[in-house]
Design a protein around this ligand. Structure first.
Ligand code: FES
Length: 155
């Protein structure tokens, strides 16, 4: 143990409340850092659940029963990531490519908005920018629902 470490140890032992305060500050900072980075990373790393159909056209992306209100799925549409949302019973779809610098956005289930992991750009359930640097809304993708099935694109 160096002299500086010994002195610090002696000071912390002499002032237990300072030591506890320091532990709380460091622990709190580490917890906030972990939570703040885990949610965007999870959304960024989640692989799309569907792939595009060869030749384009309408793409079956899922069953409405698997997409309850307030939920979203990430799919691939025309070789690009897209988000399909159930907004209070209305299914909507948007490009999942952020209009700022092109990062892949994700659905923040707890807060019910679309979020970009790169610079914290946020979009509402209409794809409109709520906050952050994105200069434009997320492009909408046509959606059709028939027989409880969700399709993207035009017929
Ligand atoms: S790339 Fe999305 S906010 Fe910057």
């Amino acid at each position: 143990m160096t002299d500086e470490e010994a002195l610090l140890q002696e000071l912390l032992e002499a002032h237990p409340t300072r030591r506890r305060a320091l532990e709380l500050i460091v622990g709190g900072a580490l917890a906030a850092l972990a939570a703040g980075s885990a949610i965007p990373m999870a959304g960024y790393l989640t692989a799309p659940v569907r792939t595009s159909q060869p030749g384009g056209g309408r793409l079956l992306v899922g069953d409405l029963r698997d997409l309850p209100p307030g939920a979203a799925i990430k799919v691939t549409y025309e070789d690009r990531p897209a988000l399909v949302l159930n907004v209070a019973g209305t299914v909507k779809a948007f490009s999942a490519i952020c209009t700022h610098l092109g990062c892949v956005v994700f659905w923040n289930q707890d807060s019910q908005f679309i979020q970009c992991p790169c610079h914290d750009g946020r979009f509402d359930t209409n794809g409109q920018v709520i906050s952050g640097p994105p200069p434009a809304p997320l492009p909408a993708i046509p959606v059709a629902v028939g027989d409880e099935r969700i399709y993207l694109g035009s017929a």
